[in-house]
Structure formats: structure tokens, C-alpha cells
Design a protein around this ligand. Structure first.
Ligand code: SF4
Ligand code: SF4
Length: 299
């Protein structure tokens, strides 16, 4: 069985308890315009060209069978519409200006990466978090990896927006220890801008996970002008109380992924928006904590 993996990152202190190894899966069925991982959205491989790192040596030009790379006035440019994402240019570049996002990995290969870090999981009570993209879309792969982790006594978490069929979601999370469940909006019209699935599917999935006894933590990205208002927070608190959920994390909008849009030649609707300071979310966190629910800002 192969997974479509974006990358595997070590030493994360968020996205679950303790120190985590993150397995980012490629492919997403949402279209959040503020996404900080735009390289994870497409299912297939995708080349990024970071112009800021390019020293205009031109070594990549003859490597490209598509003639997608060219030089003009001593500067190297790229025509993304010609690129077939073959990756032949990547190894010619010594400046890391070219990255091919996405690779197939077997369960054994991913497990080998996870097991290398076993000692720090044990010391920090950490583990593995499957993220994305939408990790639940590769439910077979996540299921097999998390089943193998359970046999190795390694804690697992998954980050999901829950906008998939219940059967798919449960198949993916059955052996997962904690579900980090993103809620981005409770407004049906706004949700329709992000997904082709109905908001009710997401809310039903959340309740069904809780009914099954799965440990669920809600996570809300707080996006200026989209959901940074009291009504949203109060609605999420209500859902948490109804489902016995003990923690809601607030993730302030940031700009850390903005350079990636440029390197992928994608428009970025939030490029002028300022990052939110953590302090700006303290009033929201207080509303959550007043109800006896734990709240981390940036969790
Ligand atoms: S990925 Fe392939 S097609 Fe795209 S620029 Fe590189 S060599 Fe050319
Ligand atoms: S090989 Fe790398 S540094 Fe050289 S021109 Fe191509 S992208 Fe730029």
C-alpha cells in the first residue's frame, strides 16, 4: 500500500501532545483561501520554484524536457503552464530553488521514519500526527500506519476537517488515539465557499466520533473577516459542551505560507492581510475557559 506523502517533519511541539513527528499527506477536498500549506492541496506531484533562492546559474534549463524554464536578461524564469511536474530539474539545482512536492511512500517506509524517532516519543509522551492536506482522504493508508503504531505503543493523532463520508473517516481514524478536528465556520453559506460537502456532514461526523468514545480536540483557525467573531466562538463552545469535548485550540491566522503561493504560481487572496497576534485571541480563549474547556492559542 502506498501513501501520497507531502513530507515528514520532526520535532513539532504542536498538533498533539509532546514532541510529534508530522506525516503530511498530499491532497485536500477543501479550498480554504488562507491555507498555509497550498503545496498540499493538489493530489498529484507539483513543482515549486522559489525565485528568491535562485542564483540564475541556468543549470536547470537544459534539464527541462518541456522548455518550461528560460533565461531573460540574465534572470531565470519559469512558465508553470508548460511544466509537467516531472522533477527532472530538481537535482540540477544546488540552491534549493526547486522543490517537487509529493512522493509515494509505502507503509513500511513511513513506519521506518516514525520508528527512528521512537526514543523522543517515549521521553516526551509525544507521537505521530497525520496531517495534510486532508489526511482522512487517504484513509486506508492512515489506518494501516496507525494500526502499526498501536502495535508499537506509539501515540497517534490525525488532523482532519471532517468533510468526508462517515465510513471513510471512521476507517481512517479507528486506530488513532486523538482526532484534531478543524471547525472553520458554522455558517452554511461560508462553509459552501470552502467545500462541496454540507456543513451538517462535518458536525454529524464530529458527534459520531465522540459517541464512539474517540478523544476529540476541536481546532479553529481564526481568520480575519471570516470567523473572528464572538458568535462563531460561542457556537463552537456549544458544540464542544454538547459532545463532551474538553479542549478547543485557536490557531491565529499567519502569513508563514505566503511565499509558497508565489513559488507555485498560485494567487493568494490573503496576501495583504496582517497576521493575528496571539494576544488578540485571549478574549476568545477566556470565553472558552469560562465554560471549563481547556484552550490553547496556537495549539
Ligand atoms: S518539473 Fe519537469 S517539466 Fe517542470 S520545470 Fe522541472 S524539468 Fe521542466
Ligand atoms: S539551477 Fe536553481 S539556482 Fe540555477 S537557475 Fe535553476 S533554479 Fe536557479
Amino acid at each position: 500500500m502506498k501513501g501520497n506523502i507531502l513530507n515528514i517533519e520532526r520535532y513539532h511541539y504542536t498538533d498533539g501532545n509532546g514532541i510529534r513527528i508530522m506525516v503530511f499527506m498530499k491532497g485536500c477536498n477543501l479550498r480554504c483561501p488562507w491555507c498555509s500549506n497550498p503545496e498540499s492541496q493538489r493530489y498529484d506531484r507539483q513543482l515549486a520554484f522559489n525565485k528568491n533562492k535562485c542564483v540564475n546559474c541556468g543549470r536547470c534549463i537544459p534539464a527541462c524536457p518541456q522548455q518550461a524554464i528560460y533565461m531573460d536578461n540574465g534572470k531565470v524564469y519559469m512558465n508553470h503552464s508548460l511544466c509537467h511536474n516531472c522533477g527532472k530539474c530538481v537535482n540540477t539545482c544546488f540552491s534549493d530553488a526547486r522543490i517537487l512536492y509529493g512522493k509515494e511512500m509505502s507503509v513500511d517506509e513511513v513506519m521506518a521514519e516514525i520508528l527512528k524517532e521512537r526514543s523522543y516519543f517515549v521521553r516526551s509522551k509525544g507521537g505521530v500526527t497525520f496531517s495534510g492536506g486532508e489526511a482522512a482522504l487517504q484513509a486506508d493508508f492512515v489506518r494501516e500506519c496507525s494500526r502499526r503504531c498501536r502495535l508499537e505503543y506509539i501515540n497517534t493523532a490525525i488532523e482532519t476537517a471532517g468533510a468526508v463520508r462517515w465510513e471513510t473517516l471512521w476507517h481512517g481514524v479507528e486506530y488513532i488515539d486523538e482526532v484534531l478536528f478543524d471547525i472553520k465556520t458554522l455558517n452554511v453559506v461560508d462553509f459552501g465557499k470552502l467545500s462541496d460537502e454540507p456543513l451538517q456532514l462535518v458536525l454529524d461526523n464530529l458527534s459520531r466520533l465522540c459517541d464512539k468514545g474517540k478523544k476529540v480536540r476541536i481546532r479553529c483557525p481564526i481568520i480575519p473577516g471570516f470567523n473572528d467573531h464572538l458568535e462563531f466562538i460561542q457556537g463552537v463552545v456549544k458544540i464542544a459542551l454538547e459532545n463532551g469535548i474538553e479542549q478547543i485550540d485557536l490557531l491565529p491566522f499567519h502569513q508563514m505560507g505566503s511565499y509558497k503561493y508565489k513559488s507555485l504560481d498560485k494567487p493568494y487572496a490573503y496576501k495583504e492581510e496582517k497576521a493575528l497576534e496571539k494576544d488578540a485571541l485571549i478574549p476568545f480563549a477566556e470565553i472558552i475557559r469560562e465554560k471549563g474547556i481547556k484552550c490553547l492559542i496556537g495549539g
